[in-house]
Ligand binder design. Structure first.
Ligand SMILES: Nc1nc2c(c(=O)[nH]1)N[C@H]1C(S)=C(S)[C@@H](COP(=O)(O)O)O[C@H]1N2
Ligand SMILES: [Mo]
Length: 430
């Protein structure tokens, strides 16, 4: 791995308009509200969970059969129907996220074919604005086009949602709806070239075979896609393997789209059809407030007109501290080694900095060169603390256009997307 030092001229001091006191107390207030809401709901109103046969109170359901996702025991479960689970940061410490530790975000039910890991009878249709519609088996896909293997970041558009106030509905992801796994597949570009894109091609839409929670499979539970330019990026893959294993059931067996850099919701799982469209796709979760943000900044809690919402494309620059975990104790005036990852949806990360004095001063970290434009970059640094006391370490990445992570949740939006606020950990120095 080759390392480079963050250039000194990248050190930009915060403007000082936000005092640390304001930020911290706002967060505490939010946590308190959240805490009391959770407390209240479990005491007064039972939370009902839909069981295929009957309704059972959540509390009883939990007592009878503790919910676990096979092979994913280290994840934090946010929802069991559909399955949504995030990765505690300590399990994101490896350079490549293992299948066991990759977050899961499902909108519907995992298809039976995926649970059985059986691709017999499966094929992928490519149609729409193409000269020669295709119908491909997995073997044909593997043998007809050059195979590629790349480390690629997938981050849910709602990662960080828990940091918005007023809260946005949806899974309350903290920081762990992100991972960087090795995907093997073919370039979507090569398949589209084979099919022959017509000049009318505007958007690439996906259809997967996951059914609604109700079992209804007439309409797609989610059908999103990417602009043709992104579909033709040489890192946009149709992948059948994740970390050298067939795609796990939860992650899209037998084939998924991986369009890194965009919100992971465009990386369709359990694919059956790719539809090349002559207009922006209007499938499920492409319209209204889904994966869209206001065109202009709005004050928190605003009801924004649908007409003023735009589709999210590239994800903003972000980083996490994966070692150590928050809350550790450390000896005064001795070096503390830290490490983590930094990534950006539209190109390499330029710089990485840390602060141990609530953002007053910043020190550069070592940042590894990216393996490719869409893999995350390892960073490492060592800091020490001048006196005993309560410290925080703040981590801040800067992208290739010198845009930095904000100190607090940026641009409130109705569904709580794109929170790339700096990650901070607490260190008790003795
Ligand atoms: N068919 C299908 N594809 C899907 C989804 C889904 O529910 N169904 N969820 C999307 C969302 S919102 C995200 S964040 C990613 C999550 O991928 P993962 O579960 O492999 O981490 O898959 C995307 N692809
Ligand atoms: Mo997502």
């Amino acid at each position: 791995m080759s390392w480079r030092r963050t250039r000194e001229d990248c050190v930009v001091e915060p403007s000082g308009t936000l005092s640390k006191g304001a930020g911290v107390s706002k967060r505490r207030r939010f946590l308190k509200i959240l805490g009391s809401a959770i407390g209240l709901s479990s005491v007064i109103a039972p939370v009902w969970r839909k069981d295929p046969t009957k309704l059972i109170p959540e509390v009883l359901a939990a007592q009878n059969a503790p919910f676990a996702i096979e092979g994913k025991e280290d994840l934090t479960i946010l929802n069991d129907r559909p399955i949504n689970a995030e990765t505690p940061l300590a399990f994101l410490d490896d350079e490549i996220t293992s299948n066991a530790h990759h977050f899961i975000r499902n909108n519907g039910l995992v298809p039976e074919r995926a649970r059985n890991q059986d691709a017999n009878g499966w094929s992928l249709t490519v149609d729409g604005e193409v000269e020669r519609p295709l119908e491909l088996t997995l073997d044909q896909l593997k043998s007809r086009y050059p195979n590629r293997r790349e480390a690629l970041v997938l981050e849910c558009g709602g990662n960080g949602r828990a940091g918005f106030y007023p809260p946005a509905s949806g899974n309350q992801w903290t920081l762990g709806a992100v991972g960087c796994a090795l995907y093997t597949g073919v370039r979507l570009m090569d398949v589209l070239e084979d099919a022959g894109l017509k000049s009318t091609a505007v958007y690439l839409a996906y259809y997967g075979e996951d059914a609604h929670l109700s079992g209804d499979s007439d309409t797609a539970v989610i059908s999103r896609g990417v602009p043709i330019a992104k579909a033709l990026d040489d890192h946009t893959l149709l992948a059948w393997a994740m970390n050298d294993e067939p795609l796990p059931a939860q992650h899209g067996f037998p084939l998924r789209l991986v369009a890194p850099g965009f919100p992971a919701s465009v990386s369709g799982k359990w694919l059956r059809r790719l539809w090349v469209r002559d207009r922006v796709h209007d499938g499920s979760k492409m319209t209204g407030y889904s994966y869209r943000i206001p065109k202009y900044p709005v004050s928190p809690g605003t009801e924004v007109l649908e007409a003023d919402m735009v589709i999210i494309e590239a994800m903003p620059v972000k980083s996490v501290i994966t070692h150590p975990v928050t809350g550790i104790s450390h000896t005064v005036k001795t070096p503390l080694s830290l490490r983590g990852h930094a990534w950006c949806g539209e190109g390499p990360v330029e710089a990485m900095h840390l602060s141990v004095d609530f953002g007053a001063t910043w020190v550069p970290a070592l940042l590894a060169e990216p393996r490719n434009r869409f893999a995350w970059q390892r960073w490492k640094a060592s800091v020490s603390f001048p006196t005993p006391g309560h410290y925080e370490v703040w981590a801040r990445a800067t992208d290739h256009q010198f845009r930095m992570q904000p100190m607090i949740a940026p641009g409130w939006n109705p569904r709580g997307y794109l929170n790339n606020a700096m990650h901070r950990i607490a260190v008790s120095v003795t």
